[in-house]
Design a protein around this ligand. Structure first.
Ligand SMILES: Cc1cc2nc3c(=O)[nH]c(=O)nc-3n(C[C@H](O)[C@H](O)[C@H](O)COP(=O)(O)O)c2cc1C
Length: 397
C-alpha cells in the first residue's frame, strides 16, 4: 500500500531518513532502517579543504568544527517542550556546527551497510560549487561502494548563494545510478531552477533543504546568546510552509519525481508534501526531537490515513491539492465575508476587540458584538479568539 518508486528505486514506504547527524555513522544507518525508514540518505561526504575565509576547515567545511554543545531545540520562546512537538507544534532545530564525513569514511560505511539492510542507501556528497571534477571524484566511489543513488548536496563549498546545475551534468557523466539534486535555497525560483536541474539530467529533486541563513536566539535575562549566528542553518517545521510552497511550484514545473524535505514530523506533514506532488518525504529534525522510531510512526500514520480515505496507493492522492492552488490575481474577492460571534462560546475577554484594525468589534454586556458595516472581513479575529467563538460567514449579495 505504501510502496513508491522513483528513478527506478523501489521503496517499501515513502519515508526517507534525510542526510544529517542521524545518518553519520553505521549504527545510525542501522537504527534508521530498524526505525522503519523506506530509504536512507547518508550524511554528506566532502573533501577536506584547507582555508576558506581565513578559517581552518576541519572536515571540509567551516561547519566541520565540532563545537559542544551544538544542537538546540526551541518551540516556546527560549525553551523547548517536547509535549508541544507531540501535538504537532512548530519547532526549530538550531545547529551551531557539524562534522562532515570524508569520502573514504562514507565509502566504508556504504559497503558495510549494504550488507546489513535491505532498503535503498543514498550517498550524499558535497563538493565545491566551481569544481565539477571534485564532484565527479566524490560520486564515482559511492557508486562503486554499492550506493543505490547519489544525492548532491548543492549547498556547496565555499558557501554560495546560488545553485549550479552544471554539477548535475558533471556527476551524470561518471555514474549510472540515479542522481538526486538537493536544492537548498528557498529563495531561488523553483519554476526556473527545477527545469535547469532536470535538463542537466537529474533523476529526482529533493526540496527544499536547509534554511540557508545563520540563525540565533537570545536569553535576555542572563543575558546570553543561545546559539551563535556563526553558520548555516536550521531545520524543523518552522520552515515547512516555505518548503511546501516551493515543492508545489516545483511539482507543477518538472516531470522528474520530487522528494519533499523540511518539517516532516508527523504523518500529516508527509501527506501534505505528497498532496503537493512529492513522491516521498525526507525526515531530519523529527529524528533529533523524537528518535529514529518517528520514521516508522510517520509511515504507519500515512497508512492509517489512506485506509480511512479509501486510497489504495500513494499515487491516489499525490498532487491532489495542486489544482486548488490559484495565482494571487485569481484569489477570491467576493462575496464578502463578515465576522459573527457565537454568543454561547464568547467569554467576553475582549482579545478580538483589541486586535480588530477596523474598530468593528465591541463588548456589549460582556459579549463581543460585530458591526458588520465596519467589518472588513479580514478574518484575524477568528484566529485570536481563545474560545473559538468567532467565525466568518459569507454575506448575501
Ligand atoms: C545538524 C544538521 C546537519 C545536516 N547535514 C546535512 C548534510 O550533511 N547534507 C545535506 O544535504 N543536508 C544536511 N542537513 C539538512 C537536512 O537533511 C534537511 O534538509 C533539513 O534539516 C530540513 O529538514 P528537517 O526540517 O526535517 O530538519 C542537515 C541538517 C541539520 C539540522
Amino acid at each position: 500500500m505504501l510502496e513508491v518508486e522513483f528513478a527506478g528505486i523501489k521503496l517499501k514506504n515513502p519515508v526517507i531518513a534525510a542526510s544529517a547527524t542521524p545518518t553519520i555513522n553505521l549504527d545510525g544507518l542501522r537504527r534508521a532502517a530498524e526505525g522503519g525508514a523506506g530509504a536512507i540518505v547518508t550524511k554528506s561526504a566532502v573533501f577536506p579543504k584547507k582555508v576558506v575565509e581565513g578559517m581552518e576547515y576541519v572536515k571540509g567545511r567551516p561547519t566541520g568544527l565540532k563545537p559542544s554543545p551544538r544542537f538546540m531545540l526551541l518551540n516556546k520562546g527560549e525553551t523547548y517542550d517536547p509535549r508541544l512537538t507531540k501535538e504537532g507544534s512548530y519547532f526549530t532545530l538550531f545547529r551551531v556546527g557539524e562534522p562532515y564525513l570524508k569520502p573514504e569514511e562514507l565509502v566504508e560505511m556504504i559497503e558495510k551497510i549494504k550488507k546489513s539492510v535491505n532498503i535503498p542507501v543514498i550517498a550524499s556528497i558535497a563538493g565545491a560549487v566551481d569544481d565539477l571534477e571534485e564532484w565527479q571524484r566524490l560520486a564515482k566511489p559511492m557508486q562503486e561502494a554499492g550506493a543505490d543513488a547519489v544525492e548532491l548536496n548543492l549547498h556547496a563549498i565555499p558557501i554560495v548563494k546560488y545553485t549550479n546545475p552544471d554539477i548535475v551534468r558533471a556527476v551524470k557523466e561518471v555514474v549510472s545510478i540515479p542522481v538526486i539534486a538537493k536544492l537548498m535555497y528557498g529563495w531561488e525560483d523553483p519554476t526556473e531552477l527545477g527545469p535547469k536541474v532536470e535538463k542537466a539530467g537529474a533523476d529526482a529533486i529533493t526540496a527544499v533543504g536547509t534554511f540557508g541563513f545563520p540563525t540565533m536566539e537570545i536569553d535576555v535575562e542572563a543575558p546570553r546568546i543561545l546559539t551563535q549566528p556563526s553558520y548555516y542553518g536550521a531545520g524543523g517545521p518552522w520552515y515547512r510552509p516555505v518548503s511546501l510552497a516551493f515543492v508545489s511550484r516545483l511539482a507543477k514545473t518538472v516531470k522528474i519525481p520530487v522528494l519533499g524535505v523540511t518539517g516532516v514530523v508527523t504523518w500529516k506533514d508527509a501527506v501534505k508534501y505528497i498532496m503537493v506532488g512529492a513522491t516521498a518525504v525526507q525526515v531530519c529534525a523529527a529524528i533529533y526531537a523524537k528518535g529514529y522510531r518517528v520514521l516508522g510512526e510517520i509511515a504507519m500514520g500515512i497508512e492509517e490515513f489512506m485506509r480511512r480515505k479509501g486510497y489504495q496507493r500513494i499515487d491516489d492522492f499525490r498532487g491532489s491539492i495542486l489544482k486548488e492552488i490559484v495565482p494571487p490575481w485569481k484569489l477570491e474577492w467576493g462575496p464578502p465575508m463578515k465576522a459573527t460571534v457565537e454568543e454561547a462560546s464568547c467569554d467576553g475577554c475582549g482579545d478580538c476587540v483589541e486586535s480588530c484594525f477596523y474598530g468593528a468589534i465591541s463588548l456589549e454586556e460582556n459579549l463581543a458584538s460585530v458591526d458588520s458595516d465596519k467589518c472588513d472581513g479580514c478574518g484575524l479575529c477568528v484566529w485570536v479568539c481563545p474560545s473559538k467563538a468567532v467565525a466568518m460567514e459569507k454575506q448575501r449579495v
